[in-house]
Design a protein around this ligand. Structure first.
Ligand SMILES: [Zn+2]
Length: 312
């Protein structure tokens, strides 16, 4: 990464001349502004420990709170990174203090106008469908019972808009983002009159599910206004206001999940970087499947890295 982005050090600070579509030449300052990746990749580039937020200073046991936390302090981190050539024990301690792992010269260290903690972007595929929605479906099944949910899935009438899961959804293994999307379309419908254990009212369950589903759909709007961003925040708040039902039913003891916490940054991210279709990893994932996963599946799975390559 350092090698690839190296030219940005000079270009970002001094500028380069570029021609725009109308032929006018302007001095532009290309900078490293956003990082598109899934959660493990975000953790990797921001050098924070796994389980923490790459953007803000939230503590692990506050990830489930409906609060906002200050952005990580880039100036402090850079000051600590400067001491990398000093005493290793001291360096390790200083890194821990500012909340990062003791990394040797991260690639963004010298990039001009770059704040790696401000460059993290929303990821609808991995963060919402394969993260938040996946958890939500598991919690709903734990609340209502797998057999009941499966039976209700089978009772959905044939139609042109919703995929039917005639074997239910509890037995699915390795559920894809697309399948989570298809389940989201009827999840609220099949639990609307569900009975909960101990005679508890289902109002909070419906509120929590509806809040998260609304959030996922609003987050994917191809255009936003202050009003729609307000609705996005309201939807997340609706989930937080009702999530206690999962604790009362003994399904969760906390909601300290990094991907759920990530949702709290969405409206700020959208204001900074534009709508989420700009940064959804679904598009690059497709190429990754074609070029890496499919290509590997068509081999004999032996010697996938030739000995010469491995040595080089
Ligand atoms: Zn955060």
């Amino acid at each position: 990464m350092k090698y690839i982005l190296g030219p940005l050090e000079k270009a970002g600070a001094k500028g380069v001349e570029m021609a725009s579509g109308d032929g006018v030449i302007r001095r532009c300052h290309p900078i490293f502004a956003t990082f598109v990746g899934d959660y493990p990749e975000q953790v990797l580039v921001t050098c924070v420990p796994t389980g923490e937020c790459g953007s803000c200073e939230v503590e692990r046991d506050q990830l489930g709170d409906d609060e906002t936390f200050p952005l990580r302090d880039l100036a402090r981190v850079l000051a600590v990174l400067d001491g990398v050539d000093g005493d290793p024990t001291e360096y390790k301690r200083a890194c821990k203090e500012v909340g990062i792992k003791p990394i040797y010269h991260p690639f963004w260290e010298n990039l001009p106008y770059t704040n790696i903690f401000r460059s993290i972007t929303p990821d609808v595929l991995h963060q919402l469908y394969q993260g938040v929605i996946k958890h939500l479906i598991a919690w709903v099944m734990a609340c209502c019972g797998e057999a009941e949910i499966d039976a209700r899935c089978r009772r959905l009438p044939p139609n042109h808009n919703i995929r039917l899961f005639m074997k239910g959804i509890s037995g699915l293994s390795r559920v894809t983002g697309r399948e989570h999307d298809q389940i989201s379309r009827f999840l609220l419908g099949i639990i609307i009159d569900i009975r909960l254990p101990n005679g508890l009212s289902s109002a909070r369950l419906l509120g929590a599910v509806r809040g998260l589903l609304d959030f996922v759909y609003l987050a994917q709007y191809p255009m936003h206004t202050d009003e729609t961003l307000g609705l996005l925040n309201d939807a997340l708040q609706t989930f937080h206001d009702n999530k206690q039902i999962f604790v009362d039913l003994g399904i969760r003891t906390n909601f300290n999940l990094p991907k759920l916490h990530g949702a709290s940054h969405y409206s700020a991210y959208i204001q900074l970087f534009g709508t989420t279709d700009n940064t959804n990893t679904e598009y690059t994932e497709r190429l990754h499947i074609d070029l890496a996963k499919d290509a590997f599946r068509s081999t004999n799975f032996k010697d996938e890295v030739s000995t010469n390559d491995a040595m080089a």
